[in-house]
Design a protein around this ligand. Structure first.
Ligand code: FFI
Ligand code: NDP
Length: 470
C-alpha cells in the first residue's frame, strides 16, 4: 500500500494555479493515485466567455485526464472551482467560499505565478510576492492545515553559480517592496526596477526570490516546504510520455526549429540543459506534501528538483537529438528544412540572424505581398528573436544545485512509493525522453495528425533547394 496515496485519501486540498501547466498534472496525478480524496478546491479566475465550470470541464475532458476518468468516474464532483483572482484583496473570494476554505483545507499547493520574464515589476510583485503573503495569511487561519507547499523555481537565485537548498536574502526586504508598490507610480517603478533587480536577469526570477523570502518570514507555525524545479518539460512517463500544452521555455523553440524558422541560436553547446519532466516535479511535490505533513520537519525544507547534478545533459546533445527526431517525424507546413547551429559568438549570431532569419522572412513577405496576401513573416520572426533574447541568459550558463533534501526524501520513501511517485531523474534516458518530447509537441501542442507524416516529408523534399541557402 502506498503511504503517500493513502495519506491524501479523505483530504481537502487547495491548489492555486490549477489551470496552468504544473497544476493540471498535479490534479491528474492526485485524482489517479488517491481517488478517495475528499475534495480539491481550485482557485480559478473567471476568463472572458467561460464560466468556472466550463474552465474545469475544458481541463478534465482532455487527453491528459483520459486514464483518471476511468479510475475516478466522479472526477467532476471531486474538483470544486472557487472564483478567485489572486491580484485582488482577499483574492475576491466570496464570504461563504472563504469560510469553507478556512475551515476545511488540509493541504495547500501554491503553484500560481506569472512566469513571463518581462512582466512589469508591479504585476510580478503582486502575483509572485503579495499573493503569496496573502495566501500564507489565509493558511494561518486554517485549523486543519497540515502542510503548505510553495512552488518556486531553481532560478530564483540564478545570480549565483552554486545554489544550496537554503533561502538567500535579497538586498531589499519584500515587505518594503510590497508597501512601496502602493504609492510608487509606474514611472518610478520603471526607474527603480533595474536597481532593485541588481544581477537578476528578469522580473520573474527576482520576484520568485522575493516570494521565497516572504514564505520564510511569514511561515509562523505553519508546516511549509518549498520546491524549486528547473526548466520544466513534457511528461516523461505519466500519464503518458510527451504531454505538453504551452509554448514556454524549450517548447516554443522546438516548434520554431521544427517549422524551420529558427536555425541558429546563441547558446553554449556544453552548458548544462537543466530540464526536468513535469511528472517528476509533481511526484516530488506530492511526496513533499506527505513528508511535510507527517514528519513535520523543524524548519522549512527546500527541495531542488533539477537534473544537472544527477543526470546531466547539455544543450548541444539536446539540439542534435531534437534535429534527428525531426528527420523521423517532421512537423507539417515547415517554412524551411530544420537545421540548428549553436554558437557562443555574438558576431556569428548577428550574421545568422540577418542571413538565416531576417532575410528569408523578408523575401517570403515580399512573395506574400506580390501574391496579394498579407505579409506576416517579418513580424513573427521579430517576435521569435525577442523571445530568444530572453531565453539566452539560461542557455549560455551552467548552474550547480545541491539536492541533499531531495535525495534524503527519496531514501525515506517505501519501495512502492519510490515506484509510484518516482522522482529519481537518474533513471531518465535523455535520447528517448527528447524524442517523446518532440513527438508530444507535434501531437498535443500543434495537434498534428501522425497520418500527415508522409505529406510533411514530401513537403520538406520539395523545399530541399532552400536547405542549401544559409
Ligand atoms: C537553433 C535551433 C535549435 C534547435 C533545437 C531546439 C532545442 C531546444 C532547446 C532550445 C533552447 C531552450 C531554452 C529554454 C530556456 C528556458 C529557461 C527557463 C528558465 C526559467 C524556468 C522557470 O522558472 S518558469 C517558466 C519559463 N517561463 C517562460 O518560459 C515564459 C517565457 N515567455 C515570456 O516571458 C513571454 O512569452 C515573452 C518571451 C516575453 C514573449 O512575450 P510576447 O508579449 O512577445 O508574447 P506572448 O507571450 O504574449 O505571446 C504572443 C503570441 O506569441 C505566441 N508565442 C509566444 N511564445 C512563442 C514561441 N516561443 N514560439 C512561437 N509562438 C510563441 C503566443 O502563443 C501568442 O500567440 P497568440 O497571440 O496567437 O495568442
Ligand atoms: N514551467 C516551468 O518551466 C517552471 C515553472 N515553475 C513554477 O511552477 C509554477 C507553475 O508554473 P506553470 O504551471 O508553468 O505556469 P502557468 O503559466 O502554466 O500557470 C500559471 C497559473 O497561475 C494562474 N494565475 C495567474 N494569475 C492568476 C491570478 N491573478 N489569479 C488566479 N490565478 C492566476 C493561471 O491561471 P489562468 O489559467 O487563469 O491564467 C495558471 O493557472 C509557478 O510557480 C512557476 O514559477 C518553476 C520552474 C519552472
Amino acid at each position: 500500500m502506498s503511504m503517500i496515496a493513502a495519506f491524501y485519501g479523505g483530504k481537502s486540498i487547495l491548489i492555486t494555479g490549477a489551470t496552468g501547466f504544473l497544476g493540471k498534472v498535479l490534479i491528474e496525478k492526485l485524482c489517479r493515485t488517491s481517488p478517495d480524496l475528499k475534495v480539491i478546491y481550485i482557485l480559478v479566475r473567471p476568463k472572458a466567455g467561460h464560466t468556472l465550470q466550463q474552465r474545469v470541464s475544458q481541463i478534465i475532458n482532455t487527453k491528459l485526464f483520459e486514464k483518471v476518468r476511468e479510475v475516478c468516474p466522479n472526477l467532476h464532483e471531486k474538483i470544486r472551482a472557487i472564483s478567485a483572482d489572486l491580484n485582488q484583496n482577499d483574492f475576491a473570494i466570496s464570504k461563504e467560499d472563504m469560510q469553507e476554505l478556512l475551515s476545511c483545507t488540509n493541504i495547500i499547493f501554491h503553484c500560481a505565478a506569472t512566469v513571463r520574464f518581462d512582466d512589469h515589476l508591479r504585476h510580478a510583485v503582486q502575483l509572485n510576492v503579495t499573493a503569496t503573503q496573502q495566501l500564507l495569511f489565509m493558511a494561518s487561519q486554517m485549523p486543519k492545515l497540515e502542510a503548505f507547499i510553495h512552488i518556486s523555481t531553481a532560478f530564483s537565485n540564478c545570480n549565483l553559480k552554486h545554489i544550496d537548498e537554503v533561502i538567500y536574502p535579497c538586498s531589499v526586504e519584500p515587505k518594503k517592496i510590497i508597501d512601496s508598490m502602493e504609492w510608487w507610480d509606474d514611472a518610478i517603478v520603471d526607474e527603480i526596477a533595474p536597481k532593485l533587480m541588481g544581477d537578476w536577469p528578469n522580473t520573474y526570477t527576482y520576484t520568485k526570490a522575493l516570494g521565497e523570502m516572504v514564505v520564510q518570514q511569514e511561515s509562523g507555525n505553519l508546516n511549509i516546504a518549498i520546491i524549486r524545479p528547473s526548466i520544466v518539460g513534457a511528461t516523461w512517463q505519466e500519464p503518458f510520455p510527451g504531454w505538453v500544452d504551452n509554448l514556454n521555455g524549450p517548447n516554443g523553440m522546438i516548434v520554431a526549429a521544427g517549422r524551420g524558422f529558427l536555425r541558429a541560436i546563441r547558446a553554449s553547446p556544453l552548458a548544462v540543459a537543466d530540464l526536468i519532466p513535469v511528472d517528476t516535479v509533481i511526484n516530488l511535490t506530492l511526496a513533499v506534501g506527505w513528508y511535510t505533513a507527517v514528519h513535520r520537519p523543524k524548519s522549512t525544507l527546500i527541495y531542488h528538483c533539477t537534473s544537472g547534478n544527477l543526470n546531466p545533459c547539455n544543450w548541444g546533445k539536446m539540439g542534435c537529438q531534437v534535429l534527428s527526431t525531426f528527420e523521423k517525424i517532421p512537423f507539417e507546413k515547415a517554412f524551411r528544412r530544420p537545421h540548428a547551429d549553436f554558437t557562443a559568438n555574438t558576431i556569428t549570431v548577428h550574421y545568422w540572424n540577418a542571413v538565416s532569419h531576417r532575410a528569408p522572412a523578408m523575401i517570403y513577405d515580399i512573395y506574400l505581398w506580390l501574391t496579394g496576401r498579407k505579409p506576416r513573416m517579418t513580424k513573427l520572426m521579430n517576435r521569435l528573436l525577442r523571445t530568444i533574447s530572453m531565453l539566452e541568459y539560461f542557455i549560455n550558463r551552467s548552474w550547480e544545485w545541491s539536492t541533499y533534501n531531495t535525495e534524503m526524501l527519496m531514501s525515506e520513501l517505501s519501495p512502492e512509493d519510490q515506484r509510484i511517485f518516482n522522482f529519481d531523474v537518474r533513471q531518465l534516458n535523455w535520447l528517448e525522453y527528447i524524442e517523446n518530447y518532440v513527438l508530444g509537441v507535434k501531437k498535443y501542442l500543434l495537434k498534428e495528425d501522425m497520418a500527415g507524416i508522409p505529406e510533411a516529408k514530401q513537403h520538406l523534399r520539395r523545399s530541399f533547394p532552400v536547405y542549401y541557402a544559409p
